[in-house]
Design a protein around this ligand. Sequence first.
Ligand code: BMA
Length: 363
Amino acid sequence: MKNLYCLFAVLMLAACGTGKQKPMETPKDQLVHRLFSFAETGAIAYGHQDDLSYGHAWVVTDWENDPLERSDVKDVTGHYPMVLGFDLGGIELADSCNLDGVPFGLMRKAALKHIERGGIVTFSWHPRNPYTGGDAWDVSSDQVVSSILKGGEKYGEFMLWLERAADFIESLGPDTPVIFRPWHENLGSWFWWGVRLCSALQYKELYRHTWLYFTRERGLSNILWCYSPNGPIEPEEYMSRYPGDEFVDILGTDIYEYVGPDGLEEAGVRFGTQVKSMLTALNVLATDHHKLMCLSETGLEGLPDHNWWTDVLYPAIKDYPISYVLTWRNAHDKPGHFYAPWKGFEGAGDFKNFSEKEDIVLL
Ligand code: BMA
């Protein structure tokens, strides 16, 4: 009898204990908390697009046997970028390589390896134009978005495109949290989902439809959704096509530096002002909506300013709680199209100095 009482007491304690325990953190929660902890401690993770698949003058060819240890960022700083970006453009037609020639097999392997090393992975998507058959930049028709929404003539075809993109993310495994950033730079008009190509309602519908399919129909709960219009823009404009709090985890923005006729120095000053004003606005929005924030894409093509990292980028971002900043790709087949230094590049030292700032986090 005594033993039975003991057993009862033990079971009760165990039950109470379980009741008090917090619900288990999902892999998505863990990544959300990790990104918040960067922001809360004033740290900013550094990211680079396509970093493990090619660099300024090299490309992985035999990806199945390659250890994927090469990185322009690592060649210069000794560290991999903390965030690795990839683009799914091409997955919609079941291509074997993406629009920039990265095999999807390599992408999957690199993403998993990077996460295993402790890194974070983000996906953008430049899908073709489902209405005209052109590419993501084909803005010849403003009927594209309406044609793929429910009731539209391309709805069925587009569902297959979503299915293929979801299949790829699903293939990473349910415990692999990733950031997905579809329908980006939507307040410009250079992509078929841009501001002059569809109504605000249609855009929101497109984003929500994508979210609903991935999350509800496919059960992909490992995704952090990033909304990333092009900047700089006013906060009201930023929110004019915001899909809604339920569908977004990270408020991002893409802002590049462009050199105009007034020269490099002015371009840097202009870029700094734009980034600061955009991040000031995003900070208010992110606080109000309880969201993370990031500079989802940025850079100065070809880095003609050899002190860009410490003179321009760092002062522009250092005072804002962005979880990460990602610079665009170093194309191996277009010598001037690079956004991170590589070994031998004259301005590499400044990037190393940037990477060694105590609030900049690499892997
Ligand atoms: C652009 C350029 C293109 C590329 C596209 C998608 O900014 O880098 O060469 O195809 O992004 O990655």
